[in-house]
Design a protein around this ligand. Structure first.
Ligand code: FES
Ligand SMILES: [Fe+2]
Length: 445
């Protein structure tokens, strides 16, 4: 081991032994300022503390029910860095368990999805039920087996709190956590509006997801999905493409505007939200609902007006997105999940969804539109993850300590529930994340 490595190691242990010292004072808030310290994105000790104090303490999105519709269906996922299994039991109930054999620790399931009658550990063959209960220990009494009074574990570790809202399954390791709906707060309105576009109020994950990794911190994705300030700059190439080709390349009316000037006008209308419990929202109602009500899918859109009203249709068909703290986003017709792997490595999974009961042509058009902007050969997501990597590279310039997130602090207004409402390019949605981050990372003794 070189001297340099040895010093690195000492620093690592010193920081993990004093985690509170590593996480205090990283978010500076005052009525006029809002700044975040570089170490909040780069320091391994801060990252470790995030896993303990955020991902082990608050509600984490783990699956959508349409991914596990039948008894025996399962999906593997993560809560922070802890591998989990989400399964459907024989009575239709949902279980969330740590994907770790309680014998000697092997991951039980490596497949992302499947259907099973039980879970069988590949190492020594212990068998677990769909609810994680230990059903059998291989060779229990044979060849040096376990004593009669062996204190056998009950089964896989069950995540103590699981709640489902309109098919979205959330789980939490803290049994004392507040109820899910209380946590979602105003972010619930975006879930409702997205799902209420379906005539039966449901979405389904039908297509395969896009999965990718970027060399940057997880919070860059959480900030960006509700960042209205960046679009005309980061996606400059896309904006020009859109101005030139518009609908002909499969936009499906998602990025309206045509010319750069018109698109700027559309992008800079609407409001943003910095919501209690860390959720950031963007709401820009469409100004063109007449085109929907006179177009190919007019009956579908008229049905929305009949049930929810014209104002809701404008909201649903406009720009409506959410970053639900800490790991899930809603934008377009997709659910996005980000998974922290290391301070400078994040995995993003994009699940395009279909509106159950909507015309097949509408669902297909939205899927093509998603491929165009977010897919592996798309124009948009590639721009964003390139920026996330650049952000991480830039933060190596640690001579500059602070990042500035105070755009709009002087124009945001607070409602009776404590949520801040901002103008379109206010950094209100980003501040939401950091307020909750700071609260969870520095709990009062
Ligand atoms: S580690 Fe699973 S049975 Fe041994
Ligand atoms: Fe973007």
């Amino acid at each position: 081991m070189t001297q340099h490595q040895c010093q690195e190691e000492k620093v690592w242990f010193a920081r993990t032994e004093q985690p509170s010292a590593a996480t205090e004072g990283l978010v500076l808030k005052s009525p006029k300022t809002f700044r975040v310290h570089t170490r909040a994105y780069t320091d391994p000790a801060v990252f470790n503390a995030e896993m303990d104090r955020i991902f082990n303490k608050t509600w984490v999105f783990v699956a959508h029910e349409s991914q596990i519709p039948h008894p025996g269906d399962f999906q593997t996922s993560y809560m922070g860095q802890q591998p989990i299994i989400v399964s459907r039991g024989l009575e239709g109930e949902v279980h969330v368990m740590v994907n770790r054999c309680v014998h000697r620790g092997a991951v039980i399931c490596r497949e992302h999805r499947g259907n099973v009658t039980d879970f069988n550990c590949p190492y020594h063959g212990w068998v677990y039920g769909l609810d994680g209960s230990l059903l059998a220990m291989s060779e229990r009494r044979e060849a040096g087996g376990y004593a009669d009074d062996f204190d056998a574990p009950k089964g896989l570790h069950r995540v103590p709190r699981v709640e489902v809202y309109r098919g979205f399954v959330f789980a939490c390791f803290d049994p004392e956590v507040k109820p899910l709906l209380e946590h979602l707060g105003r972010a619930k309105t975006v879930i409702d509006r997205k799902l209420d576009m379906s005539p039966v109020g449901q979405i389904e994950f039908v297509s395969r997801p896009y999965v990718g990794r970027y060399q940057g911190n997880w919070k860059f994705q959480a900030e960006n999905i509700v960042d209205e300030y960046h679009f005309m700059h980061t996606h400059k190439g896309f904006v020009q493409l859109q101005a030139k080709y518009g609908q002909t390349t499969g936009d499906f009316d998602v990025h309206k505007g045509g010319s750069v000037k018109a698109m700027r006008k559309v992008r800079f209308a609407g409001v943003t939200w910095d919501c209690v419990n860390g959720h950031g929202l963007v709401e820009t109602p469409s100004g063109e609902i007449d085109s929907y009500l006179g177009g190919e899918y007019k009956e579908f859109f008229q049905g929305i007006v009949d049930t929810h009203g014209g104002e809701m249709l404008a909201s649903m068909t406009g720009k409506l997105s959410a970053a639900i703290f800490p790991n899930m986003g809603l934008i377009h017709n997709q659910v996005r999940v980000w998974r922290p792997i290391a301070p400078d490595m994040t995995e993003v999974t994009i699940y395009p969804y279909e509106l159950k009961g909507a015309p097949a042509g509408y669902n297909e058009g939205m899927l093509r539109s998603q491929e165009r902007f977010y897919g592996p050969a798309g124009h948009g997501q590639a721009d964003d993850v390139e920026i996330f990597a650049r952000n991480q590279q830039g933060l190596a310039g640690s001579a500059v300590e602070w990042l500035i997130l105070e755009r709009g602090v002087d124009t945001d207004t607070q409602d009776a529930d404590g949520n801040y409402k901002g103008l379109t390019t206010s950094e209100a949605p980003q501040r939401a994340l950091w307020r909750e981050w700071d609260r969870l990372m520095n709990p009062k003794a």
